[in-house]
Design a protein around this ligand. Structure first.
Ligand SMILES: Cc1cc2nc3c(=O)[nH]c(=O)nc-3n(C[C@H](O)[C@H](O)[C@H](O)COP(=O)(O)OP(=O)(O)OC[C@H]3O[C@@H](n4cnc5c(N)ncnc54)[C@H](O)[C@@H]3O)c2cc1C
Length: 319
């Protein structure tokens, strides 16, 4: 029997979608290996999100209190719950927070860890993790050989199955312990209205938009769709938009349901950041642009004609 532990994430009292994705993925693994799904939430308002975790498959929801993020403190709590619950598989979010504490948990638990996973399955009693390699040019399948197997999962990469678990709620006494790391301040400025890394739709602009004065064209489409605004490095380097919007190898890795690339050529370093998007829509006036090799739908046309027409049509349909 292998219990599967997920570590959820809460922001301003609301459960982030990645937490439900992790729980749903854990449910499938636990059903296959024969174990319980345990969801750990570290937050002052952890109790408020228990029902949502139960609905996605959590058998036990463990609430640990913390009023602020601390990578070392979070790692101590996760490690303590891994031991307490005898978890053999641990799924953590591949978010800025998850990336910070997950390697520390792996070291403390003497476990192997695979980061930035986009697909999970089970083979011979072990979890098989699929992840992009060579800057997204290919995918590799990996297994962890240690007794406890750890993974960080890319947001938006897992489907929600909505298969409920038992939903027992427990309070944990685990705390930060003796931590040496102190978070001095958090700079949450920059970025789009919708968080780029977790957005389910992204409208992204490249050098084809000609200049920063044309972002409102893309922002209007993004607002209509409830999407985040992304950008290529060429536009960031030109000073048209802050780096927090950049998608790609030296920017953010995203995996939305839909990525709309406007005036982006599709350089390999850009594809490295968005190639795992479910649907890719490319608008580019050069029919030979590499972006069309990965696009689900392609429009060979001038973005200054297509984008306003798309926005007007979506406004009609979506009201
Ligand atoms: C180490 C390294 C790391 C890098 N990291 C990143 C990264 O993280 N992210 C990233 O994006 N890049 C990255 N790059 C840069 C990358 O190689 C490309 O230079 C960059 O992605 C190009 O941006 P672009 O597509 O906006 O511009 P371009 O390649 O200039 O493409 C502009 C596109 O717009 C089209 N176009 C022009 N006018 C219109 C119009 N009116 N309507 C429709 N289409 C139009 C053109 O046909 C063209 O295809 C990196 C490069 C290196 C070397």
């Amino acid at each position: 029997m292998s219990n599967v532990l997920i570590v959820g994430e809460v922001k301003n009292g609301e459960l982030k979608k990645i937490s439900k994705e992790l729980t749903s993925a854990a449910r499938k693994i636990a059903d296959s290996l024969g174990g319980k799904v345990i969801a750990l939430v570290i937050d002052d308002k952890a109790e408020a999100v228990s029902a949502e975790l139960k609905a996605e498959g959590a058998d036990v929801i463990v609430n640990a209190k913390a009023s602020e993020f601390n990578p070392e403190g979070f790692a101590n709590i996760v490690h303590s719950v891994v031991q307490d619950k005898g978890a053999k598989v641990v799924l953590m979010p591949h978010t800025p927070q998850g990336k910070d504490y997950s390697p520390r948990v792996a070291i403390k638990s003497n476990a192997g860890i695979i980061a930035d996973v986009v697909g999970l399955s089970v083979d011979g009693g072990k979890v098989v993790a699929k992840k992009p390699i060579y800057s997204g040019k290919a995918y590799g399948n990996f297994k962890v050989s240690t007794d406890v197997q750890m993974f960080t999962i890319r947001p938006n990469s897992q489907e929600l199955a909505g298969k409920a678990g038992e939903g027992a709620v427990e309070a944990s006494s685990a705390g930060f312990g003796d931590v040496k790391v102190k978070v001095a301040s958090v700079d949450a400025s920059g970025g789009s209205k919708v968080q780029l890394a977790e957005a389910s739709i992204i409208v992204s602009g490249g050098r084809g938009i000609k200049g920063p004065e044309n972002w409102p064209l893309l922002q209007d489409l993004a607002d209509t769709l409830g999407a985040a605004l992304g950008a290529s490095r060429a536009t960031v380097d030109a000073g048209w938009i802050p780096h927090s919007h950049q998608v790609g190898q030296t920017g953010k890795t995203v995996s939305p349901n839909c990525y709309i690339a406007c005036g982006i050529s599709g350089a390999i370093q850009h594809l490295a950041g968005m190639g795992s998007s479910k649907y890719i829509v490319a608008i580019n006036k050069d029919g030979d642009a590499p972006i069309f090799k990965v696009a689900t739908y392609g429009v060979v046309a001038d973005l200054f004609e297509v984008v306003p027409a798309l926005t007007a049509e979506f406004k009609k349909v979506l009201g």
